[in-house]
Write a protein of this length. Structure first.
Length: 140
């Protein structure tokens, strides 16, 4: 049986997962807005090259590498809204993985499981991974 979900349905699931879990309302549940450095990027790059990782690591790395949300005219601080939009768009691209729970940290079953478990966990893991490197101190 092939399950086809339209983009509007997926976007609705993403929105409802934010509302249910009150995403981005507590400290540590949103992207760090500090400007990122070349040293932090190189550390992240080395981490990604060191072995294979879950998909959320690559999503976080892409955002970090391409400085998504970076405001070059405002001290290079990061705009969380742009990063959240990027993350929501990535979830639309990988909804099949989240729907079927093909990773050990997600729950399959689609529908409510996706809304209440898979999407929020994926978002948290992306944010946690991104922030791990965005807050990395220079070792000089």
């Amino acid at each position: 049986m092939i399950i086809i979900m339209d983009k509007e349905y997926i976007l609705d699931l993403i929105k409802k997962s934010d509302e249910f879990n009150h995403m981005y309302t507590h400290e540590g549940e949103d992207f760090v807005i500090d400007a990122t450095t070349k040293e932090q990027f190189l550390a992240f790059k080395d981490f990604v090259k060191s072995k294979s990782h879950h998909h959320y690591v690559y999503v976080a790395y892409y955002a970090f590498k391409h400085r998504i949300g970076c405001d070059f005219e405002n001290g290079e601080l990061v705009d969380n809204l742009k990063l959240r939009e990027y993350l929501d768009n990535e979830i639309v691209k990988c909804y099949k993985m989240l729907y079927h729970g093909e990773n050990s940290w997600t729950y399959g079953g689609g529908g409510d499981c996706m809304k209440y478990e898979a999407i929020p966990r994926f978002k948290r893991k992306v944010i946690e991974t991104y922030n791990k490197f965005a807050t990395l101190k220079n070792e000089k």
